[in-house]
Structures are given as structure tokens and as C-alpha cells.
Design a protein around this ligand. Structure first.
Ligand code: SF4
Length: 698
């Protein structure tokens, strides 16, 4: 059957936080044709390699078609009752904090909302955290410290309008390719200059005017140096800083930092300071290289401090800009998907916020404090404190640091449920119950991208077998646990309306997240919903925040936060002389459960590898394409050596994507310890001391 007569359906790419619009058309044989949506404000028709290959990843191979429990197929009725009963019994015996949900930025906002409501409002625990903890939790914490809320100040248009784009710990060219294309278009149109700040030479450096290969973890020292220089050259904006507090203390702390900690030559530092200070329209883009650090929150604030001191925020072409990793990482932040937040940017640690949310939900309970963040959650599973765990659309047996320990903990947990598309993940194999979930092209809902634009994902394919949308599975478990009315949802639009109406509560507390205009959206309106950036109700210049100098702390002022440089928690030494950095490749996504299905994408970089500098390779007797063993304090792996000057002497780089199924011995997650940022709880994934040696032939 040919699908060429079927209409194209507007939806959103399932991969990164750029949130590109796609036009999907079923091909009549279970597949899809995909092209970029020329009218979507994130991409205007552009797609990257992953987006164009979306249609190659929707086949039925590997799909889970029916619920399974303890190795046997089970009907939905029995499976859902089993899950509800075991969670209820565990809570009755051990209390609400004996259970946990670990969810994902792959969830749609409606799924996320129901999971959050079930755990926080009805089970009465805050033990729900998301794999976004591994991605941008440091940004959330940094935003809240500086602005009073987790608010992204700018928009994608700022990248088009900037004269200088600084990429800090962000390989935008590979990880957010369509945004990088926008930056290159701006370079073509207006001569926008590009600076890359990254220990590694990445694809993003190819078009850069300046690359600062700083020491890992020294971003605070660099941006404190910039803040000091801004002040020394009289570039502080005296009117704007009246809307802030903390500049004097931040300058004093910055002045005590040693800029030499960056390892950068003085002329490179000076070139960066000159460019930044002399270019009013500057956007500083930051990502995992900043966030995945034991000082990630401080790094975020060091960047925000420079923008706040100069008033370069919330105006066209200028501002700090955190780009999110997953398609709905931002939606998860908005609906309280993190263990320390409530929906609509309300705070779980605030008694008034808790009371208002509980009243709105008419719920029997609400936790009095934050729950367990991801690393601590799996340690609590290991300790036996968590006795029932539900993992949804994520693969922590691979993606968490200390993955071997996490794997053993999940295997030993008395009751584990996994909702996913497939049984073929390292985590699903460990579960007692596996529930077949609908995939991205099979379900309806919304996602929010990095610049706060809410877009629809639309179902264009039938879910295979018995697969169901996540909101439907979660709501049914909620009803079977005894809360029939609270989880009596008939459609994702109904959930979206309830969530949107919550933002009226947030507005009462002076919060930023205004989507209350959607609180009466009907089914037809939801079906036709156009990409829309919030806030909806208040006039903001171009959809930006803070250009007016109004922030969300109680005194309406921003905080310029004093932060001092700290080295990574573990440093290289005699036993482990190299620093291992980790990251993504261009064509793979997370643990390759979908991109790995595309032969075209898998052909780009087909096996686990480690990049090593030629001088280090020569000293260790390593030749190109040798198999090498990389060992850290907690584990070891085997990788193909690539000899390249893209990494510095004393550094190696390895990608994150391979799993027990795809490369059992080539997994970086087995090497990375679970050290976290003390504020955000985000793991330090980019600075692991390791040794490296060539494998001897048997
Ligand atoms: Fe999808 Fe991100 Fe590529 Fe856009 S840039 S097509 S959202 S993976």
C-alpha cells in the first residue's frame, strides 16, 4: 500500500532539545516519510542527520508488544493490577519514601505531569527524578539562584541576531546541529563571530574564530577572569546592576581566583575578553561541558554573572542560553519532573507552594521536602531503602555513573517496573514487569524545547500490539491504587488543560511560567495547537525575560552569585594519569535504542573508540586502531584507539552510546564514578582519571 495520498502531519522531532518541527506521512507499510517543517520556528525546514533518519527507526523489530511479568506475557488488566498492588503494599509496609519513579526527558509533558502528580500528590513522596538530572540540573539550580526561577531568558532569534556566539562546553555542531546551522547562517548574514570554550577540539571549532582549550573544570576561573576584566575596563552597566545584588562580593571572590588555573595562554584569554567586552550582542551558549561537573552550578552562575553585570540579558541578540539535551527536558522542568520541584516552577521546599498545589490537586498528601536525586535514588535502591521502582523510557543501567553498581542495585530491587518500547535495553532485561509503551510517532502530547516553545507531538501510526501511551498507563495505575477521580483522564488534552490552569497558582506566587491561556483549550484547539512560546499572558519583548530588569526573587532583583573555582573532584595522578572526557557522536542518540536501528546513522562511527593525543600514544606504545584498555578507579573498558590532536596531551575522549548489548566491554558508564555537584546533584561525567594501555594479543 502506498501512503503518498495521505496528508502530512505536523509533529516534533523525538531527539534533542532544539525541538525541530517535522512533517510526517505514513508510507502505508508501517513506516514514515519525514521532512522538516518549513513553518516551525525552531528549524524553518532544516533537519540534522538524526531528524532525517527518523522514519528509519519506527519499524516493529525489537518492539515489545504485550505486558510481561516475571518472564511471561500478561494481559494489561493483570499487569496493571500487579503494579498497583505491589506499590500499594510496599507503601503500606514501609511508607511512601520506599518507592520511586525514575523517568525521562523522552516523556511528553502530559505523561510527565501525571507521573509527578501520582508520586508527589497521591503517593506522598518526592522520590521522582528524571534522567534530565544527568543533563541540565546544574542549569536549573544556577537559574534559580540568579533569577529566582528556572527561567531561560532568551530565544532562538537571539542566535540569529548576535554578533558573538560563545559556545561553552557545547559541541553545538553535533549535539544541536540545527541551532549550529542558525549560528552559521548568522555568520554568513552579519559576520557573527564564534568562540568555542572546550578542552577538546570539536566539530564546532571548524568555523570558530577562537578556540580556548581550557583545563577541564576551569570555566569558573575563566568567567571570573572575565567578570574582573569587565569591572576593570568600566564595562559594568550601572543602571542594570541596580536590579541585581551581590556584584561587590562576586568581584571580590573572582579577584581571588587564579586565572592560570585555566591553563590558557595570556594572549588567548585577552583575545576572548576583548571580543566579549567589546561586543554588546553576545550570546553565551552552554551545555553538558558546564553542567556535568562537580561545580556545575557555580559554572552556570559564573556565566550568568557576566551577563547580569553588563545588562546583556533579555534583549535582542544577547543573553546566557542553556541548550537542553532531550526533546522534553524543558517540559519536565516545567511540570516538576525533578525531585526538588513542583509543577509550574513552584518549590517543594516552600510550605505555601505545597499547600496551594495540594489544594489544587485535592490530594491526600504532599511531601514536605525534596526527594532523592538520581544518583542518590539508585544508592537508596542499593541500600534497600527503595523497594519498588518504576523506570520509564530510560536506561539507567547504562546511562548512570557507576553503571555496574546501578545494574546490580536494580537487579536486587524487590520490585522493578520498566515502561519502554523494547525489551532490548540493559534496564528492561532486569525488570520484574515490563510494560509496552507507545513510541513518539504513536502518541499525542506536547513537548517544550530549549527556548520555551511548546509544540505538539502527534500520533501518525497505530501503537503496535498492546502498546499504550504513558499517561494512560500511569493514570490507570493511579486509579487502581485508589484515586479514581484524580486520574480519571480521557485524553492528553484534558491533562494539558489541568496543567495549564496550575500556572494561575504559580502567577499568584509571582512565578514566570504563564500558560494559563491554555486552561480552557478544547480538543479541537489542542489538535490544532501551533508551536507557541510561553509566557502567553504578559507582554515580553520578543518572548524574552529580564530585559526590563524584573526578576523573580521576592525583591525582584537578580543575584550575582559569588563563586570560586574548584578543580574536579578527582585529579589525575600516577596510577590514573589521563583525564577522560565523555560525550556524544554526531549520529547517535543516548544508548542507540532508536538511532541504532538506522544503518545509515550507525555507519558514521560504528564501534566504541577513545581519542588520544599522538604524543601520549607514542609514549604508551599505542598505534592507530589498536585495541586499548581504559581503566578508572571503578571499572575498565576496551576501546579502539583513534590518535588525534583534537584532544590535549594527558586527555582522552570516549563517547557514551554503547551498551551491554551493543559493545559489552566498551562502555564508558562503567568507568565514571558517581561524584555529583553538591547543589544540583548532577554527576561529574567529563573529568574521570584513567589509565590507558594497549591490549596485548592473546
Ligand atoms: Fe531533531 Fe535535534 Fe536534529 Fe532538530 S537538531 S532534527 S530536534 S535531533
Amino acid at each position: 500500500m502506498d501512503g503518498s495520498n495521505l496528508p502530512e502531519v505536523r509533529s516534533t522531532c523525538a531527539y534533542c532539545g532544539v525541538g525541530c518541527g517535522v512533517l510526517l506521512r505514513p508510507d502505508g507499510a508501517g513506516g514514515l516519510t519525514v521532512r522538516g517543517d518549513p513553518d516551525h520556528p525552531a528549524n524553518f525546514g532544516r533537519l540534522c542527520s538524526k531528524g532525517t533518519a527518523l522514519g528509519e527507526t519506527v519499524g516493529l523489530d525489537h518492539r515489545l508488544l504485550a505486558p510481561r511479568a516475571f518472564g511471561r506475557d500478561l494481559g494489561w488488566d493483570d499487569a496493571l493490577q500487579l503494579v498497583a498492588d505491589r506499590f500499594r503494599e510496599t507503601i503500606a509496609a514501609h511508607g511512601p519514601d520506599s518507592v520511586a519513579f525514575y523517568v525521562s526527558g523522552q516523556l511528553l509533558t502530559e505523561d510527565y505531569y501525571v507521573a509527578n502528580k501520582l508520586m508527589k500528590g497521591f503517593i506522598g513522596s518526592a522520590n521522582i527524578d528524571t534522567n534530565s538530572r544527568l543533563c541540565m540540573a546544574s542549569t536549573v539550580a544556577g537559574h534559580k539562584r540568579a533569577f529566582g526561577t528556572d527561567t531561560v531568558p532568551g530565544t532562538y532569534e537571539d542566535l540569529d541576531q548576535a554578533d558573538l556566539v560563545v559556545l561553552v562546553g557545547s559541541n553545538l555542531a553535533w549535539c544541536h546541529p540545527v541551532l549550529y546551522q542558525r549560528v552559521l547562517a548568522a555568520r554568513q548574514a552579519r559576520g557573527t563571530r564564534i568562540v568555542v570554550i572546550d578542552p577538546r577540539r570539536t566539530a564546532s571549532c571548524d568555523q570558530a574564530d577562537l578556540h580556548l582549550a581550557l583545563n577541564p573544570g576551569s570555566d569558573v576561573a575563566l568567567f571570573n577572569g572575565l567578570l574582573t576584566e569587565i569591572h576593570r575596563r568600566g564595562a559594568v552597566d550601572p543602571d542594570f546592576v541596580k536590579q541585581t545584588s551581590g556584584l561587590e562580593a562576586a568581584l571580590e571572590t573572582a579577584g581571588n581566583d587564579q586565572i592560570s588555573e585555566t591553563g590558557l595562554p595570556a594572549e588567548k584569554r585577552a583575545a576572548f575578553f576583548d571580543l566579549w567586552i567589546n561586543t554588546p550582542r553576545v550570546v553565551t551558549v552552554f551545555s553538558q561541558g558546564v553542567n556535568q561537573s562537580s561545580s556545575g552550578t557555580d559554572k552556570v552562575n559564573a556565566i550568568l554573572n557576566c551577563h547580569l553585570a553588563t545588562g546583556r540579558i533579555g534583549r535582542p541578540g544577547m543573553g546566557p542560553f542553556s541548550v537542553t539535551g532531550q526533546p522534553n527536558a524543558m517540559g519536565g522542568r516545567e511540570v516538576g519532573g525533578l525531585a526538588n520541584t513542583l509543577a509550574c516552577h513552584l518549590d517543594i521546599e516552600n510550605a505555601d507552594h505545597r499547600a496551594a498545589v495540594q489544594a489544587y490537586w485535592q490530594s491526600p498528601a504532599i511531601p514536605q521536602s525534596s526527594g532523592l536525586k538520581a544518583v542518590d535514588m539508585f544508592r537508596a535502591v542499593e541500600d534497600g531503602q527503595i523497594k519498588a521502582l518504576w523506570i520509564i523510557h530510560t536506561n539507567p543501567a547504562v546511562t548512570m555513573p557507576e553503571a555496574g553498581r546501578v545494574t546490580r542495585a536494580i537487579a536486587a530491587c524487590p520490585f522493578t517496573v520498566v515502561s519502554d518500547l523494547t525489551l532490548h535495553t540493559d534496564t528492561a532485561r532486569l525488570a520484574d514487569v515490563v510494560l509496552p509503551a507507545a513510541g513518539w510517532a504513536e502518541k499525542n502530547g506536547t513537548v517544550t524545547n530549549s527556548d520555551r516553545t511548546i509544540s505538539r507531538q502527534r500520533a501518525v501510526l497505530q501503537p503496535p500490539g498492546q502498546a499504550r501511551p504513558d499517561w494512560d498507563i500511569l493514570a490507570e495505575v493511579g486509579r487502581r491504587m485508589g484515586w479514581k477521580t484524580a486520574f480519571d483522564y480521557a485524553s492528553p488534552a484534558e491533562i494539558f488543560r489541568e496543567y495549564a490552569a496550575m500556572s494561575q497558582i504559580a502567577a499568584r506566587f509571582g512565578k514566570d511560567l504563564d500558560i494559563s491561556g491554555f486552561s480552557d483549550i478544547d480538543e479541537a484547539g489542542y489538535a490544532e495547537l501551533e508551536p507557541t512560546r510561553w509566557p502567553l499572558g504578559r507582554k515580553r519583548a520578543g518572548g524574552r525575560f529580564f530585559g526590563d530588569g524584573h526578576f523573580f526573587h521576592s525583591d525582584r532583583k537578580a543575584r550575582i552569585v559569588p563563586v570560586g573555582h574548584r578543580r574536579p573532584a578527582a585529579l589525575p595522578g600516577q596510577q590514573y594519569p589521563f583525564v577522560m572526557n565523555t560525550g556524544r557522536t554526531r549520529d547517535q542518540w543516548h544508548t542507540m535504542t532508536r538511532t541504532g536501528l538506522s544503518a545509515r546513522l550507525s555507519a558514521h562511527l560504528a564501534e566504541p573508540f577513545v581519542d588520544i593525543h599522538p604524543q601520549d600514544a607514542a609514549r604508551e606504545g599505542i598505534s592507530s586502531a589498536d585495541l586499548v584498555e581504559v581503566t578508572s578507579r571503578i571499572g575498565r573498558g576496551i576501546f579502539r584507539a583513534r590518535i588525534t590532536q583534537d584532544v590535549r596531551i594527558g586527555h582522552v575522549f570516549a563517547p557514551i552510546h554503547w551498551t551491554a548489548e551493543t559493545a559489552p566491554s566498551g562502555r564508558v558508564d562503567m568507568l565514571v564514578p558517581g561524584t555529583t555537584d553538591p547543589i544540583s546533584g548532577q554527576p561529574e561525567s567529563k573529568a574521570t582519571p584513567v589509565s590507558i594501555s594497549v591490549m596485548q594479543a592473546a
